[in-house]
Design a protein around this ligand. Structure first.
Ligand SMILES: NC(=O)c1ccc[n+]([C@@H]2O[C@H](COP(=O)([O-])OP(=O)(O)OC[C@H]3O[C@@H](n4cnc5c(N)ncnc54)[C@H](O)[C@@H]3O)[C@@H](O)[C@H]2O)c1
Length: 432
């Protein structure tokens, strides 16, 4: 099939590369010219395991193309995916849909034959209705169909999640579009993905409700971790104890810093906003948002206690600053609150992240990126494990840290407290 993907970010680029790998002709469009130029020169603008090879393979095979020309790309394709950003509006809970609507306006100027227009961006209920209205102002209804097809991939596991999803959700009541899309996704369905055809509005809500539920699960275990710290219980034992119950499940049940990333924070806020506009309350999700917003302060308070409230001039190392491992995405990462706070209190911060230096910290004095673990840790008073990258799991801290009484605060519980005790390292886990 001939596909056009509008928005070549985390979702658009992965979807485009995977669809091309399944044998489709794909044009990935972005208004960011530098991004498209990089891609045309086989430079992948994001960090996502396996994506480099997949993009190059399909680009070289001629199945995957990159363009800034939306008009021509839409014209050449039968199915158009909208994969643009839907961030939170400034100082509000509401989703900012300006990118979606402007993409819809650009699409409508270039429809000459039947097109299926798919919203893959995460959008509030009834955005599909609005996109349909925008397009129908210039295009006959018989020439297009607007469908919701939310994406559930996780950064860091995006290719695997795309190729082997638990389910494919298609929100449309149009039989022709449903048939075409079932065919498009048939290679994934034959590998075990459940195909769910539902109404467009239900599909839109399924995405938000899924993310809100996962954010709730994380926040739940984070609060149980707080309780564990008071009662001298290890939260890891509790996670295993409850997660082995199949009704609960162990995934998204690991305590850690506040959840961040490009999805959970904005999507929990947006669903609460949708509920408010529908004159109903989502008190559980509201509580989750409040709890998560306070979490960084709580962990910073603990850092203060660990350092006997003497933060000034302390050398603090952050191992990992992204919101989770295997991504370079810094959006709403907890480190964005913690590092500036500690910096303001006079700490000297070094950080290392396998995905590289972060512009977010450039303007801070005394916050320095080191390009390896050793240089980041060798003079540390306190090492904070912020992100659970695999390469942190087996390091021999005794060997690389020169300070005698250095402390480890493991916010991801990647180290064994017993082993740390045996090695005589002053160690604090999270939720223990
Ligand atoms: N990142 C994730 O893990 C993830 C997972 C599932 C769903 N989603 C959802 O998918 C959507 C996209 O997320 P993302 O993280 O890929 O965003 P992103 O910010 O990485 O990428 C969006 C891209 O769209 C481009 N763009 C915006 N308007 C455009 C236009 N009119 N024409 C062409 N290009 C345009 C931007 O330049 C940018 O490159 C969001 O709604 C998000 O909630 C994201």
């Amino acid at each position: 099939m001939k596909l056009c993907i509008i928005g070549t970010g985390y979702v658009g680029l992965v979807s485009g590369a995977c669809f091309a790998d399944l044998g489709n002709d794909v044009i990935c469009v972005d208004k960011d010219i530098s991004k498209i130029n990089k891609l045309k020169n086989s430079i992948i603008p994001i960090y996502e395991p396996g994506l480099d090879e997949l993009v190059k393979k399909n680009f070289n095979a001629g199945r995957l193309k990159f363009s800034n020309n939306l008009a021509l790309s839409v014209e050449k394709s039968n199915i158009i995916f909208i994969c643009v950003g839907t961030p939170t509006k400034k100082n509000k809970y509401e989703a900012d849909l300006s990118q979606v609507y402007s993409a819809a306006k650009e699409i409508r100027n270039n429809i000459k034959s039947f097109k299926i227009i798919i919203n893959k961006s995460t959008v509030p209920v009834m955005t599909g209705d609005k996109v349909e209205k925008i397009i129908s102002k210039k295009v006959k209804k018989s020439l297009f169909e607007v469908v919701s097809n939310p994406e559930f991939l996780r950064e860091g596991e995006a290719i695997r999640d795309f190729i082997y999803p638990d389910r494919v959700v298609i929100g449309t009541s149009n039989k022709k579009s449903n048939k075409i899309l079932k065919n498009l996704y048939s290679p994934l369905i034959s590998k075990g993905a459940k195909y769910i055809n539902t109404s467009r509005r239900a599909a839109e809500l399924i995405k938000y409700a899924s993310n809100a539920f996962l954010a709730t699960k994380i926040t739940f275990i984070n609060e149980i971790a707080n309780l564990c710290e008071k009662l001298n219980i290890n939260v890891e034992d509790v996670s295993i104890g409850i997660g082995t119950d199949k009704r609960i499940g162990g995934r998204f049940l690991r305590a850690g810093p506040a959840y961040g990333g490009s999805c959970f924070p904005k999507d929990t806020r947006a669903i609460v906003d949708t509920a408010k506009k529908s004159k109903t309350s989502l008190s559980v999700i509201n509580a989750v948002i409040n709890s998560n917003d306070k979490r960084s302060d709580l962990l910073l308070k603990r850092i203060g206690l660990i350092l006997n409230n003497k933060i000034k001039n302390k050398k603090i190392t952050f191992l990992g600053v992204t919101f989770k491992a295997n991504t370079d995405d810094m959006r709403e990462s907890a480190s964005l609150k913690m590092i500036p706070y500690l910096n303001k209190k006079g700490a000297k911060i070094r950080y290392y992240d396998p995905s590289g230096k972060k512009i977010e910290f450039n303007r801070l004095n005394n916050v320095e990126f080191k390009n390896n673990i050793k240089n980041a840790c060798e003079f540390s008073d306190l090492i904070i494990v912020h992100t659970e990258w695999n390469e942190f799991k087996l390091i021999d801290l005794k060997k690389i840290v020169k300070k005698k009484n250095f402390i480890v605060y493991d916010m991801r519980n990647i180290y064994s407290p017993k082993k740390m005790k045996k090695e005589n390292i002053k160690y604090f886990g999270l939720g223990s």
